[in-house]
Ligand binder design. Structure first.
Ligand SMILES: Cc1ncc(COP(=O)(O)O)c(C=O)c1O
Length: 453
């Protein structure tokens, strides 16, 4: 499908020339570099890149990897040939404008009224870093709390920022234990609430947690790096009450490079109160000259950022629209349906069981066994056996380790370990829906082969 978009690239370069731009360097004719040299490196490059797992295949249902839509790839490639830098308007006026537009759209998707503040970032990690940094400025000397299931980067970012942190226990469904939260409120300034955990795709009960924190004067930062776009289809979700309260959060992170069809290099941080922009205040003797309008570098911690990332997202959102009946929403619905169908197939099967009902498009599951350690061994064997590019049975999964006290034990399982490793599948491509039976059949067949060994 990417190839279908090549004519647009051709056309882009034609128009580019007509408007007086030259391609950056005339590589083809340069004396320093020959096409022969490029060809041999190209061959090596192709060989190396073939060693990737087949991320585009619907039979890749492992990590949180979603190929960018061709529209995003095309827009990124076109904009990248100009190489704008969205740090300052001096570096990329049109792509900075596009960034402001898409950030506004993302903010209204979450129900943030105008004006709010936000910008794109290189990743979810950096977006979260900025939100935690602002939290530290607003509540200096106070702790940042996050669940023990929060993305591992939160503790690392607190260390980078020199902010004390503490983790809050979660229950067997991986949701924040309100009981434990109450014991930690006193010296806390902010609670991170994850809407779509990386491990089991769990959505926190934001609607329950929010009033508790508001009463205690604690800020709420929502990490929706993975889950954020599901806000669009909240009415179809079992967690809709939580999603409907997200506009009350003080800050939100969402990653367009996860469910927003973008290539890597596109996160986003949003702040409900635009006044937090004052924390970013800095002066630069080199930049901010071309316009009195807001330069994105004045409200972000990163300096250079790819204007192409904003261009790609802008183009994609023009085509896909952030509304509940748009193409993006329909794709997300298919991902949810894929996960639900997969869980149903597992329920009907006598050998497998799910760890929990999927709330988004991640399913964790295992082969029922006599001992906990056998469950772990079996998960690892199926995982490894699936990675076989030369076999028709190839199926790419991932693993997830959890403490046994969070494991829904089947009565006769002997507990001979503290943790258990289960299989995990992220069905974040709409195409998964069409092949969900085949995915399950492959896993079943691998399990059968292992049982016969
Ligand atoms: C909930 C959550 N937060 C943060 C991150 C980190 O985002 P990034 O990989 O874009 O840095 C992830 C990544 O999977 C995530 O799932």
């Amino acid at each position: 499908m990417y190839r279908d978009f090549l004519p647009f690239l051709e056309e882009w370069f034609k128009r580019f020339e007509i408007r007086g731009f030259k391609e950056p360097v005339d590589y083809g004719k340069s004396e320093d570099i020959s096409f022969n040299e490029i060809t041999s490196v190209f061959d090596e490059f192709c060989e190396r890149m073939e060693q990737n797992y087949p991320f585009h295949s619907p039979f890749y249902a492992g990590q949180m990897l979603k190929p960018p839509h061709p529209v995003a790839w095309m827009a990124y490639s076109m904009a990248m040939s100009v190489n704008p830098n969205n740090h300052a308007l001096d570096g990329g006026p049109p792509t900075s404008k596009m960034e402001k537009e898409v950030v506004r759209e993302l903010a209204s998707m979450f129900g943030y009224a105008k004006p709010s503040l936000g910008h794109l970032t290189t990743s979810g990690t950096i977006a979260n870093l900025e939100a935690l940094w602002v939290s530290g400025k607003i509540h200096p000397g106070k702790k940042i709390l996050f669940a023990d299931t929060a993305h591992y980067t939160h503790s690392r970012m607190c260390e980078v920022l020199g902010i004390e942190y503490e983790s809050v226990k979660t229950d067997e469904l991986d949701k924040i234990s309100v009981e434990d939260l109450y014991t930690k409120l006193d010296d806390a300034g902010t609670l991170v609430v994850t809407m779509g955990t990386t491990g089991r795709g769990v959505v926190e009960n934001l609607h329950i947690i929010l009033p508790i924190c508001k009463e205690a004067g604690i800020r709420i930062h929502v990490d929706a790096a993975y889950g954020g776009f599901f806000k669009l289809i909240e009415d179809d979700l079992t967690t809709k009450k939580a999603w409907k309260s997200i506009h009350n959060a003080d800050s939100i992170v969402v990653d367009p490079h996860k469910h927003g069809l973008q290539p890597y290099g596109c996160g986003c941080v949003l702040f409900k109160d635009p006044k937090v922009g004052s924390f970013y205040k800095h002066d630069s003797p080199y930049t901010y000259f071309s316009s009195d309008e807001l330069h994105l570098g004045e409200i972000s911690l990163e300096c250079s950022r790819a204007g192409a990332a904003a261009a790609a997202l802008w183009f994609t959102l023009r085509v896909f629209k952030l509304d509940r009946h748009g193409k993006l929403s329909n794709g997300l619905r298919k991902c949810i349906q894929a996960a639900e169908s997969f869980a149903q197939l597992i329920h009907k099967d006598e050998d497998f069981e799910v760890v929990n009902e999927p709330e988004l498009d991640i399913v964790c599951y295992y082969v029922k066994s006599k001992k906990i350690s056998d469950i772990t061994k079996r998960s690892k064997k199926i995982f490894s056996a699936g990675i076989n590019p030369n076999s028709e049975k190839a199926i790419y999964l991932s693993l997830y380790t959890l403490p046994v006290n969070k494991f829904p034990l089947i009565k006769e399982t002997e507990i001979d370990a503290d943790t258990v490793t289960v299989l995990r599948s992220v069905f974040m491509k709409p195409e998964h829906k069409e092949v969900i039976q085949s995915i399950f059949d492959k896993i079943k067949s691998i399990n059968k082969e292992i049982s016969n060994e």
